[in-house]
Design a protein around this ligand. Structure first.
Ligand SMILES: [Cu+2]
Length: 147
């Protein structure tokens, strides 16, 4: 049981070590690049551009995130916490009409397998049964060899 507890403590709840996903503006100045990204819950997207000819921002249609006023230089980081799994479309407000739109797909965070712990707890009774059978078999063979 000590071993089981040790193994469980080694399983991370959220993979916080995953690096940020970067969304910037491409050379046409009217498109996000990339315009579609996939992250896991707990991971962040950084909307970052600088020295742009035009002002841009990134605003989620569902209101989840908003980089603020359109600007030529933006460095806006948003963490997609647990519960944000799903698809979040976003737009650059000044250029939405010309197709400056994007999509963040958030996948659910990996779920910890609680069942594995329960299975491990069953192991002692299984091995107890197995040793009972072994003892009975040994007794059977010993009594039959004595005859
Ligand atoms: Cu724009």
């Amino acid at each position: 049981m000590v071993l089981v507890a040790f193994l469980c403590s080694q399983i991370p709840v959220v993979q916080a070590s995953q690096s940020d996903v970067i969304v910037t503006v491409d050379s046409s100045s009217l498109r996000f690049s990339p315009s579609e990204v996939t992250v896991q819950e707990g991971q962040a997207v950084r909307f970052v551009w600088s020295g742009q000819a035009l002002n841009h921002n990134a605003v989620a249609d569902d209101g989840l995130f908003d980089s603020g006023e359109p600007q030529r230089d933006v460095d806006y980081r948003f963490v997609f916490e647990q519960g944000t799994a799903g698809e979040h479309t976003f737009v650059c407000e000044p250029h939405e009409s010309v197709g400056m739109v994007g999509l963040v797909i958030v996948e659910p965070a990996p779920v910890i397998e609680i069942e594995e712990v329960e299975e491990s707890q069953d192991t002692p009774s299984v091995s107890f049964l197995a040793s009972l059978i072994l003892v009975s078999l040994a007794a059977f063979f010993r009594s039959s060899s004595e005859e």
